[in-house]
Design a protein around this ligand. Structure first.
Ligand code: NAP
Ligand code: ZN
Length: 365
């Protein structure tokens, strides 16, 4: 089997890893822009970073106004600050939103892009350190930055090898303050990444092995996710599981589940991971009708059949959202236009059926 796999991120994991390995920041330059949201001031992550930078004699500025589902305006504001401050590197601290924003900021700090979504991203991007405080997106190990595109009324990714961070620090203690709904939604996002990666045209032995390990780590914490009680080990398992799932999609990309989910988020504010969870079981059932062997491999990685998988995801999601047929038609059309490397082809009508079975007013397949 021929394949190519690329993962240039140094991953440092474990309790207090930022403080213990603070010397790794030294090689990145004299001035750092910290890109974050509001919660990092309360969960200890921001103070760990500023303590380390101060100890290293590195100057820093904090940009903490990244909104969830980052906008182009917010990353342009961050890039303007990076330029005026003369940042040599960027430290992202937070969930997928600050981590994705940091990548676009690191690029825009060095490149003028009139239209960020069509701009050919060159190699000249500020080096980045990513410190996740949610366990879901895996953005700390991917070359993707997902931004809100109001012109096309969706979320859209920009991607380039230069958007891989140089270093990712994984410390589950920052997630002690994570609300239960965010913990569950982000874990579902990570599960979705592992599963969707196995559906990709570019899935290979290596990404499938990573996907299996991600499923083992994430479903190993299923009881914690249901009960909402987490030991430090549970938090670390979820964080590492999400990073391993990120290492899958870094090379495989995601599937139409993500494309359809973007509409739920864009039009109704459904959190990203929850949107995927609402759609994934029906999508897998539709895949099973087209390529049973591949779905069997996925079920083997999950350690359960599709019925049990659906039931478990349903339990985590609780009551489902429902949307009008007209909306579902529009979202199916948008998703059909988005380019994904899914090995199983889906027509617009088939995507509409998945949406109807997942979030239709009458759930029908
Ligand atoms: P998020 O939008 O980054 O964070 C969700 C909420 O949790 C925010 O209100 C955030 O507040 C808060 N929060 C974060 N960490 C916390 C902590 N430790 N304690 C308490 N609150 C905390 O959500 P996310 O699910 O991690 O990221 C979603 C974004 O990532 C979406 O835009 C999605 O499209 C993108 N994504 C990217 C990739 C990729 O490969 N790049 C993959 C999948 C998804 P503050 O932000 O104010 O701190
Ligand atoms: Zn995702």
């Amino acid at each position: 089997m021929e394949f190519s796999y690329y993962m240039p991120v140094r991953i440092v994991s474990g309790s207090d890893c930022v403080r213990k390995s603070g010397s790794l920041f030294r090689g990145l330059g004299a001035r750092a822009l910290i890109v974050t949201g509001k919660s990092s001031a309360e969960n200890g992550s921001l103070s760990d970073v500023t303590t380390v930078l101060s100890a290293n004699g590195q100057a820093f500025e904090v940009f903490d106004s990244v909104p969830p589902n980052p906008t182009v305006a917010s990353v342009r504001a961050g890039a303007a600050l990076a330029r005026s401050f003369g940042a040599d590197f960027v430290v992202a601290v937070g969930g997928g939103s600050p981590m994705d924003a940091a990548k676009a900021i690191a690029m825009l700090a060095r490149q003028d892009a009139e239209d960020i979504f069509t701009h050919p991203i060159g190699a000249d991007v500020l080096p980045m350190v990513h410190i996740p405080t949610t366990a879901g997106t895996g953005s700390e190990v991917t070359p993707y930055s997902i931004l809100t595109n109001d012109e096309r009324e969706t979320k859209q990714s920009i991607s380039a090898p230069s958007l891989f961070p140089k270093i990712a620090f994984l410390d589950g203690k920052y997630m002690r303050t994570l609300p239960q709904n965010v913990t569950v939604n982000t874990a579902i996002d990570a599960i979705s990444h592992a599963v969707e990666g196995m559906l990709s045209q570019t899935a290979c032995r290596l990404t499938d092995s990573l996907a299996r390990e991600a499923c083992r780590l994430l479903f190993g914490e299923y009881e914690s996710l249901l009960s909402g009680t987490y030991s430090p080990e549970s938090r670390q398992n979820l964080l590492e599981g999400a990073a391993v799932a990120g290492m899958v999609i870094a090379n495989t990309g995601t599937s139409p589940v993500h494309s359809m989910g973007y509409s739920l988020t864009y039009y109704h504010g459904v959190p990203h991971g929850r949107a995927n969870g609402l759609l994934l079981p029906a999508f897998l059932r539709a895949c099973a009708r087209k390529d049973g062997a591949r779905i069997e491999r996925i079920c083997s990685a999950l350690g359960m059949g599709l019925d049990e998988f659906s039931a478990r995801i349903d339990k985590l999601l609780g009551e489902r959202e429902k949307y009008s047929d007209a909306e579902l038609r529009r979202w199916a059309s948008k998703a059909a236009q988005s380019r994904k490397k899914c090995a199983i082809a889906f027509s617009e009508e088939e995507l509409y059926s998945v949406l109807r079975a997942s979030v239709g007013e009458e759930l029908r397949e």
